[in-house]
Design a protein around this ligand. Structure first.
Ligand code: ADP
Ligand code: MG
Ligand code: ZN
Length: 506
């Protein structure tokens, strides 16, 4: 009996154990294979495979210029033949850039929806943590699908994640591969194909320049933070479905939220509704909005919401630049003046195009310095002291003054030779002379700015209060405000006007 039992058991073991062992092996191998095969799917890529978005133009407010430009793209995707017949080259690579929360992703979704095109989107930030080669493969697949299903839009959000400049640390091979694949795809299709590539980025200055070359993301559109009217419109969008009490004035809310983006305004509207709900109210009231603003602003750490005093200073600073541009006969080159801050630096942008420099006379350059210093001068004239808001202006003026003295022979005492250090060894004496010549130029320009602003104090007040009221003034508005003010300088009427491309807080 015992032997028989033992025999049976042994028999069982020799027959089944190897089989069971083999089975476990097969199952393990299968599971392993499956896990590896699944890996790419572990991290989602937010790819909407040709899905249609629900966002419409009416959901986007306060960014009219960009919206108008994007409507053209939509128009093209709807009726490309009309453009081809006219021989028009079609926009291919569009880049939306601007601070986070200004509505870039929202705009892309609206384009997708309104054009009726297939929309392929991926967030580049999701590629970053992927396994080697996977980001590149995703990009390839994205474009393949889009081409197959044209007309289509490929939207790559958060482009900074793969498009950051290949400098220093933080850049790895994976990002490199992904970026290269993206460049290949951008180059690899003709305008005749009805595929438009859109990208979005928070920091265009950090993007790899290869991405911005002609034929790639060569149409770049700034999506700025909204101005007063823009904020009011955005608040309108986000309170559309919320019952508001009679005491709520969206214009007033817009005034209290200078510097905030669309995303933050949307957040405020939502918080206000939550406050009202908590009180079991049927309507959202003005105190709800006040509480919501307080909460949202407190939650933004580095973000600066300007106080009334700061807004006034900024209005005079920017107004000073604009008035001076007019006095120096350069206002035709001014596109707009704004006190809406962009990023951390407040200030005004004057461009002196590099390639035109040799055309400038000394007088023009001095005028340009006067305009650039007029922001700080206005602060001094009006408030009796200056802020650190002019650092950028000072830098620019210093660098022009240095070039004038060192390179262009425009110093008062040394006019016939340059004083470049690499030309010959400078004596201590020459160095000192050079420095004092440079200060002579900049101090002279600043004194002139002070004098002119004191003389034209009334129009300065006018333009500052217009800025406080509207936050952004376009050129025609500036000209209307200053129509009775005669320009002071005629230097810039000659060749090569130093161009004031835009006056803006940037
Ligand atoms: P970005 O991509 O520029 O960082 P988003 O498009 O993701 O910003 O904006 C986030 C949210 O903020 C949007 O879904 C929308 O609710 C709101 N928002 C931002 N900008 C606007 C705008 N211009 N108009 C209306 N809503 C906006
Ligand atoms: Mg976005
Ligand atoms: Zn300035």
């Amino acid at each position: 009996m015992v032997g028989n039992w033992f025999h049976q058991a042994a028999n069982f073991a020799t027959t089944w154990l190897p089989l069971a062992f083999f089975g476990i092996l097969v199952i393990t191998a299968y599971l392993l294979w499956k896990t590896v095969g699944m890996m790419p799917r572990i991290r989602p890529t937010h790819m909407d495979a040709g899905a249609k978005s629900q966002v419409t133009w009416s959901d986007v407010a306060g960014v009219e210029e960009v919206r108008a430009e994007l409507m053209e793209v939509v128009d093209f995707l709807k009726d490309p033949k009309r453009y081809h017949r006219l021989g028009a080259k079609v926009p291919k690579g569009l880049l939306l850039y601007g601070p986070p929360g200004t509505g870039k992703t929202l705009l892309a979704k609206a384009v997708a929806n309104e054009s009726g095109a297939h929309f392929y989107s991926a967030s580049a930030s999701s590629f970053v943590e992927m396994f080697a080669g996977l980001g590149a493969a995703r990009i390839r697949k994205l474009f393949l699908e889009a081409r197959k299903n044209a007309p289509a839009i490929v939207f790559i959000d958060e482009l900074d994640a793969v498009g950051a400049q290949r400098t220093g640390h933080g850049f790895n091979r994976e990002q490199d591969q992904t970026l290269n694949q993206l460049l290949v795809e951008l180059d690899g299709f003709e305008g005749a194909e009805q595929v438009v590539v859109m990208g979005a980025s928070n920091r265009i200055q950090d993007l790899d320049p290869a991405l911005l070359r002609p034929g790639r993301f060569d149409r770049q559109m700034l999506v700025p933070p909204p101005d007063l009217a823009g904020r009011e419109a955005i608040l309108g969008v986000h309170t559309r479905s919320k019952p508001l009490a009679a005491d709520v004035d969206l214009k007033q809310v817009a005034r209290q939220t200078s510097g905030l983006t669309g995303a933050e305004l949307a957040n405020i509207c939502n918080e206000a509704a939550i406050f009202a709900g908590r009180r079991r109210e049927a309507y959202v009231t003005r105190p709800d909005f006040d509480n919501a603003i307080e909460r949202v602003v407190a939650g933004l750490q580095q973000k600066k919401v300007l106080t009334d005093k700061e807004r006034r200073i900024l209005a005079y600073h920017e107004g000073g630049h604009a008035l001076m541009a007019h006095l120096m006969g350069q206002v035709s080159e001014l596109q707009k003046v704004t006190i809406v801050s962009r990023g951390e630096a407040l200030g005004y942008t004057l461009h002196l195009p590099e390639e035109d420099r040799y055309l400038h006379t000394k007088e023009e350059l001095v005028d340009w310095m006067v305009v650039t210093l007029a922001g700080r001068a206005a602060e001094e004239v009006v408030f009796g002291r200056v802020t650190n808001g002019a650092a950028n202006d000072l830098e620019k003026v210093t660098s022009i003054a240095r070039s004038m003295v060192f390179e262009w022979g425009m110093a008062e005492s040394v006019t016939s030779r340059t004083m470049r250090a690499d030309n010959y060894a400078l004596s201590e004496e020459t160095k000192r002379l050079r420095d004092s010549e440079q200060s002579l130029l900049t101090d002279g320009a600043y004194t002139e700015a002070l004098r002119l602003l004191k003389k034209h104090r009334v129009p300065l007040d006018r333009i500052a209060s217009a800025l406080l009221e509207k936050e952004t003034l376009v050129r025609d508005e500036v000209m209307a405000i200053l129509s009775d003010v005669e320009p002071e300088s005629s230097a810039s009427e000659t060749v090569g006007v130093p161009r004031v491309v835009a006056a803006r807080a940037d």
